[in-house]
Ligand binder design. Structure first.
Ligand code: NG1
Ligand code: ZN
Length: 535
Protein backbone atom coordinates (compact mmCIF):
# COMPACT_ATOMS: atom_id res chain seq x y z
CA UNK A 1 0.00 0.00 0.00
CA UNK A 2 1.07 3.61 -0.50
CA UNK A 3 2.29 5.59 2.49
CA UNK A 4 -0.93 7.63 2.34
CA UNK A 5 -2.98 4.47 2.60
CA UNK A 6 -0.86 3.19 5.48
CA UNK A 7 -1.13 6.43 7.41
CA UNK A 8 -4.86 6.52 6.82
CA UNK A 9 -5.38 2.99 8.11
CA UNK A 10 -3.06 3.37 11.07
CA UNK A 11 -4.58 6.74 12.00
CA UNK A 12 -8.02 5.13 12.18
CA UNK A 13 -6.70 2.97 15.03
CA UNK A 14 -5.67 6.04 17.04
CA UNK A 15 -8.64 8.41 17.15
CA UNK A 16 -8.19 11.67 19.10
CA UNK A 17 -10.12 12.32 22.31
CA UNK A 18 -13.30 14.19 21.33
CA UNK A 19 -13.24 17.97 21.80
CA UNK A 20 -9.80 18.03 23.30
CA UNK A 21 -7.50 20.88 22.36
CA UNK A 22 -3.89 19.69 22.22
CA UNK A 23 -0.86 21.95 22.51
CA UNK A 24 2.86 21.31 22.24
CA UNK A 25 3.94 23.39 25.24
CA UNK A 26 7.19 24.09 27.09
CA UNK A 27 7.59 20.38 27.77
CA UNK A 28 5.91 18.87 24.71
CA UNK A 29 2.39 17.45 24.96
CA UNK A 30 1.47 16.58 28.51
CA UNK A 31 -1.86 15.44 30.00
CA UNK A 32 -3.79 12.45 31.35
CA UNK A 33 -2.25 9.43 29.67
CA UNK A 34 -5.55 8.13 28.24
CA UNK A 35 -5.90 11.23 26.06
CA UNK A 36 -2.54 10.79 24.39
CA UNK A 37 -2.78 7.87 21.95
CA UNK A 38 -3.55 9.91 18.85
CA UNK A 39 -0.99 12.57 19.80
CA UNK A 40 1.84 10.06 20.21
CA UNK A 41 0.89 8.30 16.96
CA UNK A 42 1.00 11.64 15.11
CA UNK A 43 4.27 12.60 16.78
CA UNK A 44 5.67 9.52 15.05
CA UNK A 45 4.63 11.05 11.71
CA UNK A 46 6.17 14.40 12.65
CA UNK A 47 9.42 12.80 13.82
CA UNK A 48 9.72 11.00 10.49
CA UNK A 49 9.13 14.23 8.56
CA UNK A 50 11.60 16.18 10.67
CA UNK A 51 14.25 13.50 10.16
CA UNK A 52 13.71 13.56 6.39
CA UNK A 53 13.83 17.34 6.33
CA UNK A 54 17.29 17.06 7.90
CA UNK A 55 18.45 14.48 5.34
CA UNK A 56 17.90 11.50 7.57
CA UNK A 57 19.47 12.84 10.75
CA UNK A 58 18.19 10.97 13.79
CA UNK A 59 15.33 12.52 15.75
CA UNK A 60 14.44 11.49 19.31
CA UNK A 61 11.03 10.98 20.89
CA UNK A 62 10.70 10.80 24.67
CA UNK A 63 7.53 9.56 26.36
CA UNK A 64 7.38 11.07 29.84
CA UNK A 65 5.47 13.48 32.04
CA UNK A 66 8.45 14.28 34.25
CA UNK A 67 7.32 15.44 37.71
CA UNK A 68 3.59 15.19 36.95
CA UNK A 69 1.31 12.64 38.69
CA UNK A 70 1.53 8.92 37.80
CA UNK A 71 -1.67 8.95 35.71
CA UNK A 72 -0.29 11.63 33.37
CA UNK A 73 2.05 11.13 30.48
CA UNK A 74 3.55 13.20 27.71
CA UNK A 75 5.62 13.19 24.57
CA UNK A 76 8.36 15.46 23.29
CA UNK A 77 10.68 15.47 20.31
CA UNK A 78 14.45 15.89 20.37
CA UNK A 79 16.43 17.59 17.59
CA UNK A 80 19.69 16.11 16.21
CA UNK A 81 22.16 17.62 18.67
CA UNK A 82 20.06 16.51 21.59
CA UNK A 83 18.38 19.89 21.95
CA UNK A 84 14.67 20.70 22.16
CA UNK A 85 12.61 20.60 18.97
CA UNK A 86 12.71 23.78 16.88
CA UNK A 87 9.80 26.14 17.61
CA UNK A 88 8.29 25.98 14.09
CA UNK A 89 7.98 22.21 14.42
CA UNK A 90 6.25 22.57 17.76
CA UNK A 91 3.53 24.41 15.87
CA UNK A 92 3.36 21.75 13.17
CA UNK A 93 3.03 19.13 15.91
CA UNK A 94 0.20 21.09 17.49
CA UNK A 95 -1.49 21.37 14.13
CA UNK A 96 -1.43 17.68 13.27
CA UNK A 97 -2.43 16.80 16.86
CA UNK A 98 -5.62 18.86 16.51
CA UNK A 99 -6.60 17.43 13.16
CA UNK A 100 -10.02 15.85 13.41
CA UNK A 101 -10.18 13.04 10.91
CA UNK A 102 -7.84 10.53 9.34
CA UNK A 103 -7.98 12.03 5.83
CA UNK A 104 -6.88 15.32 7.27
CA UNK A 105 -3.98 13.66 9.06
CA UNK A 106 -2.77 12.41 5.68
CA UNK A 107 -3.25 15.78 4.03
CA UNK A 108 -1.45 17.70 6.80
CA UNK A 109 1.39 15.17 6.58
CA UNK A 110 1.74 15.76 2.84
CA UNK A 111 1.27 19.48 3.18
CA UNK A 112 4.17 19.73 5.64
CA UNK A 113 6.30 17.71 3.22
CA UNK A 114 5.44 20.13 0.40
CA UNK A 115 5.88 23.24 2.50
CA UNK A 116 9.37 22.25 3.65
CA UNK A 117 10.42 20.63 0.36
CA UNK A 118 10.86 17.33 2.14
CA UNK A 119 11.91 14.40 -0.01
CA UNK A 120 9.74 11.56 1.27
CA UNK A 121 12.15 9.04 -0.26
CA UNK A 122 14.89 9.99 2.22
CA UNK A 123 15.14 7.29 4.90
CA UNK A 124 13.88 8.65 8.24
CA UNK A 125 15.67 7.68 11.46
CA UNK A 126 14.03 7.95 14.86
CA UNK A 127 15.02 6.72 18.33
CA UNK A 128 12.72 6.69 21.32
CA UNK A 129 12.45 5.83 24.99
CA UNK A 130 10.03 6.20 27.89
CA UNK A 131 10.06 6.63 31.64
CA UNK A 132 8.62 4.06 34.08
CA UNK A 133 4.94 5.10 33.91
CA UNK A 134 2.37 2.33 33.51
CA UNK A 135 1.00 3.93 30.32
CA UNK A 136 4.44 4.10 28.69
CA UNK A 137 4.47 0.81 26.81
CA UNK A 138 0.99 1.38 25.35
CA UNK A 139 2.01 4.84 24.14
CA UNK A 140 5.28 3.48 22.74
CA UNK A 141 3.23 1.13 20.56
CA UNK A 142 1.18 4.10 19.30
CA UNK A 143 4.45 5.74 18.37
CA UNK A 144 5.67 2.63 16.57
CA UNK A 145 2.43 2.64 14.54
CA UNK A 146 3.13 6.23 13.48
CA UNK A 147 6.74 5.56 12.61
CA UNK A 148 5.87 2.41 10.70
CA UNK A 149 3.09 4.11 8.73
CA UNK A 150 5.51 6.89 7.76
CA UNK A 151 8.13 4.33 6.76
CA UNK A 152 10.71 5.43 9.34
CA UNK A 153 13.48 3.26 10.70
CA UNK A 154 13.66 3.32 14.46
CA UNK A 155 15.41 2.11 17.60
CA UNK A 156 13.39 1.49 20.76
CA UNK A 157 15.64 2.15 23.77
CA UNK A 158 12.86 1.07 26.11
CA UNK A 159 13.24 2.74 29.49
CA UNK A 160 15.70 5.64 29.79
CA UNK A 161 15.93 8.95 31.61
CA UNK A 162 15.07 11.93 29.40
CA UNK A 163 18.70 13.14 29.34
CA UNK A 164 19.91 9.65 28.38
CA UNK A 165 17.65 9.76 25.33
CA UNK A 166 19.00 13.21 24.42
CA UNK A 167 22.50 11.77 24.82
CA UNK A 168 21.72 8.89 22.43
CA UNK A 169 20.41 11.32 19.81
CA UNK A 170 23.51 13.48 20.02
CA UNK A 171 25.88 10.47 19.92
CA UNK A 172 24.23 9.00 16.84
CA UNK A 173 24.26 12.28 14.92
CA UNK A 174 27.87 13.13 15.73
CA UNK A 175 29.29 9.68 15.02
CA UNK A 176 32.32 9.91 12.77
CA UNK A 177 32.52 13.71 13.01
CA UNK A 178 35.00 15.87 14.90
CA UNK A 179 32.28 16.46 17.49
CA UNK A 180 31.85 12.82 18.40
CA UNK A 181 30.05 12.66 21.73
CA UNK A 182 30.13 9.04 22.89
CA UNK A 183 28.79 5.60 22.19
CA UNK A 184 25.01 5.52 21.70
CA UNK A 185 24.30 2.81 24.26
CA UNK A 186 23.41 2.87 27.93
CA UNK A 187 26.80 1.39 28.70
CA UNK A 188 28.39 4.15 26.61
CA UNK A 189 26.58 6.74 28.72
CA UNK A 190 27.73 5.26 32.04
CA UNK A 191 31.27 4.76 30.79
CA UNK A 192 31.62 8.29 29.45
CA UNK A 193 30.34 10.09 32.53
CA UNK A 194 31.92 7.82 35.14
CA UNK A 195 35.33 8.16 33.48
CA UNK A 196 34.96 11.93 33.39
CA UNK A 197 33.94 11.87 37.05
CA UNK A 198 37.08 9.93 38.02
CA UNK A 199 39.31 12.40 36.13
CA UNK A 200 37.51 15.41 37.61
CA UNK A 201 37.82 14.10 41.16
CA UNK A 202 41.59 13.61 40.81
CA UNK A 203 42.70 12.14 44.11
CA UNK A 204 39.92 13.81 46.14
CA UNK A 205 37.27 11.93 48.05
CA UNK A 206 33.94 13.20 49.33
CA UNK A 207 33.02 13.32 52.98
CA UNK A 208 29.92 11.52 54.16
CA UNK A 209 27.39 9.70 52.04
CA UNK A 210 25.05 11.32 49.54
CA UNK A 211 21.41 10.21 49.78
CA UNK A 212 19.58 10.35 46.44
CA UNK A 213 15.77 10.37 46.34
CA UNK A 214 14.81 9.09 42.88
CA UNK A 215 11.07 10.04 43.02
CA UNK A 216 10.25 6.34 42.50
CA UNK A 217 11.00 6.95 38.85
CA UNK A 218 13.42 5.99 36.12
CA UNK A 219 16.32 7.71 37.91
CA UNK A 220 16.34 4.86 40.47
CA UNK A 221 17.35 1.92 38.29
CA UNK A 222 19.58 4.13 36.12
CA UNK A 223 21.47 5.56 39.08
CA UNK A 224 21.90 2.05 40.48
CA UNK A 225 23.44 1.09 37.14
CA UNK A 226 25.66 4.19 37.03
CA UNK A 227 27.00 3.44 40.52
CA UNK A 228 28.49 0.19 39.18
CA UNK A 229 30.76 2.31 36.98
CA UNK A 230 31.69 4.87 39.63
CA UNK A 231 34.68 4.55 41.97
CA UNK A 232 34.29 2.73 45.28
CA UNK A 233 32.46 3.92 48.39
CA UNK A 234 35.68 5.43 49.77
CA UNK A 235 35.62 8.02 46.98
CA UNK A 236 31.87 8.63 46.87
CA UNK A 237 29.17 6.78 48.76
CA UNK A 238 25.69 7.03 47.27
CA UNK A 239 22.56 5.80 49.06
CA UNK A 240 19.66 5.32 46.66
CA UNK A 241 16.18 5.86 48.15
CA UNK A 242 12.67 6.07 46.66
CA UNK A 243 13.63 3.82 43.78
CA UNK A 244 10.50 1.68 43.73
CA UNK A 245 9.55 1.54 40.06
CA UNK A 246 7.48 -1.60 40.53
CA UNK A 247 4.70 0.50 41.99
CA UNK A 248 4.26 3.13 39.30
CA UNK A 249 1.47 4.76 41.35
CA UNK A 250 4.14 5.94 43.82
CA UNK A 251 5.95 8.01 41.17
CA UNK A 252 6.53 11.59 42.38
CA UNK A 253 4.24 11.01 45.37
CA UNK A 254 5.60 12.71 48.51
CA UNK A 255 9.10 12.64 47.06
CA UNK A 256 11.19 13.89 44.16
CA UNK A 257 12.67 17.22 43.15
CA UNK A 258 9.36 18.96 42.50
CA UNK A 259 7.94 17.94 45.88
CA UNK A 260 11.05 19.18 47.70
CA UNK A 261 11.30 22.45 45.77
CA UNK A 262 7.61 23.28 45.95
CA UNK A 263 6.94 22.33 49.56
CA UNK A 264 10.42 23.39 50.72
CA UNK A 265 10.83 20.29 52.82
CA UNK A 266 12.46 16.87 52.66
CA UNK A 267 10.32 13.88 51.64
CA UNK A 268 8.46 12.65 54.76
CA UNK A 269 10.20 9.26 54.33
CA UNK A 270 13.66 10.86 54.67
CA UNK A 271 15.85 9.37 57.39
CA UNK A 272 18.73 11.82 56.92
CA UNK A 273 20.32 13.28 60.03
CA UNK A 274 21.70 16.80 60.59
CA UNK A 275 24.37 17.75 58.06
CA UNK A 276 23.63 14.78 55.79
CA UNK A 277 23.87 15.68 52.14
CA UNK A 278 20.70 14.79 50.21
CA UNK A 279 19.37 15.37 46.73
CA UNK A 280 16.15 14.62 44.88
CA UNK A 281 15.64 13.83 41.21
CA UNK A 282 12.37 14.32 39.35
CA UNK A 283 10.38 11.60 37.57
CA UNK A 284 12.47 11.55 34.38
CA UNK A 285 15.77 12.55 36.02
CA UNK A 286 16.39 15.85 34.26
CA UNK A 287 16.08 17.92 37.45
CA UNK A 288 17.99 17.78 40.70
CA UNK A 289 17.91 19.82 43.91
CA UNK A 290 20.07 19.39 47.01
CA UNK A 291 19.09 19.92 50.66
CA UNK A 292 20.04 19.14 54.22
CA UNK A 293 18.96 19.94 57.74
CA UNK A 294 21.25 21.75 60.14
CA UNK A 295 22.06 21.01 63.80
CA UNK A 296 18.78 22.58 64.89
CA UNK A 297 16.85 20.46 62.39
CA UNK A 298 16.06 23.42 60.12
CA UNK A 299 15.63 22.41 56.48
CA UNK A 300 17.76 24.17 53.86
CA UNK A 301 17.19 23.89 50.13
CA UNK A 302 20.10 24.12 47.67
CA UNK A 303 18.22 24.59 44.42
CA UNK A 304 19.08 25.22 40.78
CA UNK A 305 20.33 28.74 41.56
CA UNK A 306 22.75 27.23 44.05
CA UNK A 307 24.00 24.66 41.55
CA UNK A 308 24.49 27.43 38.98
CA UNK A 309 26.45 29.65 41.37
CA UNK A 310 28.56 26.73 42.58
CA UNK A 311 29.40 25.65 39.03
CA UNK A 312 30.04 29.18 37.75
CA UNK A 313 32.33 30.04 40.63
CA UNK A 314 34.31 26.79 40.31
CA UNK A 315 34.68 27.00 36.53
CA UNK A 316 35.59 30.69 36.86
CA UNK A 317 38.38 29.82 39.31
CA UNK A 318 39.71 27.11 37.03
CA UNK A 319 39.73 29.45 34.03
CA UNK A 320 41.66 32.01 36.05
CA UNK A 321 44.15 29.38 37.17
CA UNK A 322 44.63 28.40 33.53
CA UNK A 323 45.22 32.02 32.57
CA UNK A 324 42.06 32.05 30.46
CA UNK A 325 40.05 34.54 32.51
CA UNK A 326 40.29 37.27 29.87
CA UNK A 327 39.71 35.03 26.90
CA UNK A 328 36.86 32.82 27.99
CA UNK A 329 33.66 34.62 28.85
CA UNK A 330 31.60 32.85 31.49
CA UNK A 331 28.02 33.85 32.07
CA UNK A 332 25.02 32.60 34.01
CA UNK A 333 21.54 32.41 32.49
CA UNK A 334 18.57 32.51 34.85
CA UNK A 335 14.84 33.10 34.73
CA UNK A 336 12.78 35.55 36.75
CA UNK A 337 12.33 32.80 39.37
CA UNK A 338 16.00 32.92 40.35
CA UNK A 339 16.38 34.21 43.88
CA UNK A 340 17.46 37.87 43.86
CA UNK A 341 20.33 37.03 46.21
CA UNK A 342 21.78 34.57 43.73
CA UNK A 343 21.73 37.16 40.96
CA UNK A 344 23.43 39.68 43.19
CA UNK A 345 26.03 37.14 44.30
CA UNK A 346 26.91 36.24 40.68
CA UNK A 347 27.22 39.87 39.62
CA UNK A 348 28.87 41.37 42.67
CA UNK A 349 30.93 38.54 44.21
CA UNK A 350 31.68 36.29 41.26
CA UNK A 351 31.78 39.31 38.92
CA UNK A 352 30.16 37.34 36.12
CA UNK A 353 27.48 38.38 33.69
CA UNK A 354 23.86 37.35 34.33
CA UNK A 355 21.22 37.04 31.63
CA UNK A 356 17.52 36.59 32.32
CA UNK A 357 15.27 34.76 29.86
CA UNK A 358 11.69 33.58 29.72
CA UNK A 359 10.81 30.35 31.57
CA UNK A 360 11.50 27.09 29.75
CA UNK A 361 14.83 25.41 29.21
CA UNK A 362 15.00 26.10 25.49
CA UNK A 363 15.12 29.86 26.15
CA UNK A 364 17.91 29.46 28.67
CA UNK A 365 19.80 27.10 26.40
CA UNK A 366 19.70 29.54 23.48
CA UNK A 367 20.96 32.40 25.63
CA UNK A 368 23.73 30.18 27.02
CA UNK A 369 24.81 29.31 23.48
CA UNK A 370 25.87 32.91 23.01
CA UNK A 371 28.49 32.63 25.77
CA UNK A 372 31.87 30.84 25.78
CA UNK A 373 30.83 29.03 28.92
CA UNK A 374 27.10 29.28 29.54
CA UNK A 375 25.87 28.12 32.93
CA UNK A 376 22.09 27.86 32.92
CA UNK A 377 19.70 26.55 35.52
CA UNK A 378 16.07 27.08 36.39
CA UNK A 379 15.51 27.49 40.12
CA UNK A 380 13.67 24.14 40.08
CA UNK A 381 16.93 22.35 39.28
CA UNK A 382 16.80 21.90 35.52
CA UNK A 383 19.95 23.02 33.74
CA UNK A 384 23.48 22.37 32.61
CA UNK A 385 26.67 24.09 31.48
CA UNK A 386 27.56 24.39 27.82
CA UNK A 387 30.95 25.17 26.30
CA UNK A 388 31.19 26.90 22.92
CA UNK A 389 33.39 25.56 20.12
CA UNK A 390 35.60 28.58 20.65
CA UNK A 391 36.09 27.75 24.34
CA UNK A 392 36.72 24.08 23.55
CA UNK A 393 39.37 25.01 21.00
CA UNK A 394 41.10 27.24 23.54
CA UNK A 395 41.09 24.43 26.09
CA UNK A 396 42.44 21.97 23.55
CA UNK A 397 45.26 24.26 22.41
CA UNK A 398 46.39 25.65 25.75
CA UNK A 399 49.90 24.68 26.83
CA UNK A 400 50.17 24.93 30.60
CA UNK A 401 53.14 26.83 31.98
CA UNK A 402 53.20 25.35 35.47
CA UNK A 403 52.07 22.21 37.30
CA UNK A 404 49.27 24.25 38.88
CA UNK A 405 48.06 25.37 35.45
CA UNK A 406 48.24 21.82 34.19
CA UNK A 407 46.14 20.56 37.10
CA UNK A 408 43.50 23.25 36.57
CA UNK A 409 43.40 22.56 32.85
CA UNK A 410 42.98 18.84 33.36
CA UNK A 411 40.11 19.41 35.75
CA UNK A 412 38.46 21.80 33.33
CA UNK A 413 38.79 19.31 30.47
CA UNK A 414 37.31 16.59 32.69
CA UNK A 415 34.36 18.86 33.55
CA UNK A 416 33.62 19.40 29.86
CA UNK A 417 33.21 15.63 29.53
CA UNK A 418 31.35 15.25 32.82
CA UNK A 419 28.65 17.79 31.99
CA UNK A 420 25.92 16.58 29.64
CA UNK A 421 26.14 19.22 26.90
CA UNK A 422 22.92 18.20 25.21
CA UNK A 423 20.46 18.94 28.00
CA UNK A 424 20.10 19.32 31.78
CA UNK A 425 20.79 15.93 33.34
CA UNK A 426 20.13 15.23 37.02
CA UNK A 427 22.63 12.36 37.21
CA UNK A 428 25.56 14.23 35.66
CA UNK A 429 24.65 17.52 37.38
CA UNK A 430 24.74 15.59 40.64
CA UNK A 431 28.21 14.24 39.83
CA UNK A 432 29.32 17.78 38.98
CA UNK A 433 28.16 19.06 42.37
CA UNK A 434 29.89 16.13 44.09
CA UNK A 435 33.18 16.92 42.32
CA UNK A 436 33.05 20.60 43.28
CA UNK A 437 32.14 19.94 46.91
CA UNK A 438 34.88 17.31 47.20
CA UNK A 439 37.47 19.55 45.57
CA UNK A 440 36.57 22.44 47.87
CA UNK A 441 36.25 20.10 50.88
CA UNK A 442 32.83 21.62 51.42
CA UNK A 443 29.75 20.19 53.06
CA UNK A 444 26.26 21.50 52.35
CA UNK A 445 26.63 24.13 55.10
CA UNK A 446 29.65 25.81 53.46
CA UNK A 447 27.77 25.77 50.18
CA UNK A 448 24.73 27.37 51.82
CA UNK A 449 26.85 30.08 53.40
CA UNK A 450 27.99 31.55 50.05
CA UNK A 451 24.91 33.81 50.15
CA UNK A 452 21.55 34.08 51.92
CA UNK A 453 18.42 33.43 49.88
CA UNK A 454 15.73 36.06 50.15
CA UNK A 455 12.54 34.57 51.62
CA UNK A 456 10.13 33.91 48.77
CA UNK A 457 6.72 32.61 47.88
CA UNK A 458 5.40 31.03 44.71
CA UNK A 459 1.63 30.69 44.33
CA UNK A 460 -0.72 29.44 41.64
CA UNK A 461 -3.66 31.67 40.88
CA UNK A 462 -6.71 30.32 39.06
CA UNK A 463 -7.93 32.95 36.63
CA UNK A 464 -10.81 33.03 34.19
CA UNK A 465 -8.56 33.16 31.13
CA UNK A 466 -4.81 33.05 31.48
CA UNK A 467 -4.37 34.02 27.81
CA UNK A 468 -5.36 37.56 28.80
CA UNK A 469 -2.02 37.82 30.60
CA UNK A 470 0.87 38.94 28.43
CA UNK A 471 4.37 39.85 29.57
CA UNK A 472 7.56 41.66 28.60
CA UNK A 473 11.13 41.94 29.88
CA UNK A 474 11.70 38.17 30.18
CA UNK A 475 8.27 37.73 31.80
CA UNK A 476 9.14 40.08 34.64
CA UNK A 477 6.47 42.63 33.77
CA UNK A 478 2.83 42.36 32.72
CA UNK A 479 1.73 44.20 29.60
CA UNK A 480 -1.91 43.15 29.96
CA UNK A 481 -4.32 43.30 31.73
CA UNK A 482 -3.88 47.06 31.64
CA UNK A 483 -2.98 48.68 34.98
CA UNK A 484 -2.09 45.37 36.65
CA UNK A 485 1.65 46.06 36.45
CA UNK A 486 1.18 49.48 38.02
CA UNK A 487 -0.55 47.83 40.98
CA UNK A 488 2.26 45.28 41.30
CA UNK A 489 4.90 48.04 41.23
CA UNK A 490 3.15 49.86 44.06
CA UNK A 491 2.82 46.70 46.17
CA UNK A 492 6.51 45.90 45.64
CA UNK A 493 7.56 49.36 46.84
CA UNK A 494 5.86 48.78 50.19
CA UNK A 495 8.14 45.92 51.29
CA UNK A 496 11.88 45.78 51.86
CA UNK A 497 13.99 44.12 49.12
CA UNK A 498 10.73 43.41 47.34
CA UNK A 499 10.41 41.86 43.90
CA UNK A 500 7.33 40.26 42.41
CA UNK A 501 5.91 39.24 39.07
CA UNK A 502 2.96 37.37 37.60
CA UNK A 503 3.04 35.30 34.42
CA UNK A 504 0.80 32.74 32.76
CA UNK A 505 2.10 29.18 33.17
CA UNK A 506 3.12 27.37 30.01
CA UNK A 507 2.25 23.97 31.46
CA UNK A 508 -0.82 24.47 33.65
CA UNK A 509 -4.00 26.50 33.43
CA UNK A 510 -2.93 29.03 36.06
CA UNK A 511 -1.10 32.33 36.48
CA UNK A 512 1.95 32.00 38.73
CA UNK A 513 2.80 34.74 41.19
CA UNK A 514 6.31 34.96 42.60
CA UNK A 515 7.29 37.30 45.40
CA UNK A 516 10.43 37.78 47.44
CA UNK A 517 11.25 40.22 50.23
CA UNK A 518 13.46 40.77 53.26
CA UNK A 519 11.31 38.56 55.51
CA UNK A 520 9.05 35.57 55.01
CA UNK A 521 6.04 37.56 56.26
CA UNK A 522 6.66 40.35 53.76
CA UNK A 523 7.14 37.86 50.90
CA UNK A 524 3.87 36.11 51.82
CA UNK A 525 2.01 39.43 52.05
CA UNK A 526 3.40 40.61 48.76
CA UNK A 527 2.40 37.35 47.02
CA UNK A 528 -1.12 37.66 48.45
CA UNK A 529 -1.38 41.31 47.41
CA UNK A 530 -0.23 40.61 43.85
CA UNK A 531 -2.57 37.61 43.61
CA UNK A 532 -5.49 39.82 44.54
CA UNK A 533 -4.44 42.43 41.98
CA UNK A 534 -4.63 39.93 39.13
CA UNK A 535 -7.88 38.22 40.06
P1 NG1 B 1 5.44 26.96 33.82
O1 NG1 B 1 4.27 26.09 34.09
O2 NG1 B 1 5.40 27.68 32.48
O3 NG1 B 1 5.69 27.91 34.98
C1 NG1 B 1 7.08 25.01 34.65
C2 NG1 B 1 8.27 25.46 35.45
C3 NG1 B 1 9.42 25.75 34.52
C4 NG1 B 1 9.71 24.60 33.57
C5 NG1 B 1 8.43 24.08 32.94
C6 NG1 B 1 8.62 22.81 32.13
C7 NG1 B 1 8.31 26.86 37.48
C8 NG1 B 1 7.93 28.14 38.11
N1 NG1 B 1 7.96 26.69 36.20
O4 NG1 B 1 6.75 26.03 33.74
O5 NG1 B 1 10.55 26.12 35.25
O6 NG1 B 1 10.44 23.58 34.22
O7 NG1 B 1 7.41 23.84 33.91
O8 NG1 B 1 8.59 21.65 32.90
O9 NG1 B 1 8.94 26.00 38.13
ZN1 ZN C 1 11.78 16.34 34.30
Amino acid sequence: ASTDQQILEASAKHPPAPNHKYQYGTAGFRMKADLLDSVVFRCGLIAALRSRQLQGKTIGVMITASHNPPEDNGVKLVDPLGSMLEAEWEELSTRIANTNNDDEVVSVYNEIARLYHIDLAVPAQVVFARDTRASGSRLASCLVDGLTAAGAEFIDYNILTTPQLHYMVRCINTQGTSQEYGEATEEGYYTKFSNAFKRAMGNKTSTGALTVDCANGVGGPKLTELIKYLPSNEVLQIKVVNDNVHQPESLNVDCGADYVKTSQKAPPSSKAGPGDRCCSLDGDADRVVYYFKDESNTFHLLDGDRIATLAASFIGDLCRQCGLAEEVKIGVVQTAYANGSSTKYIEQDLKLEVKCTATGVKHLHHAAERLDVGVYFEANGHGTVIFSDRALKKLAKLEPKSPAQLAALETLRALVDLINQSVGDALTDMLLVEVILARKSWGPLEWLQTYNDLPNRLVKVKVHNRNLFTTEDAERRLVTPAAAQKGIDEAVKKVRNGRSFARPSGTEDVVRVYAEAATKAEADDLAAKVSSIIT
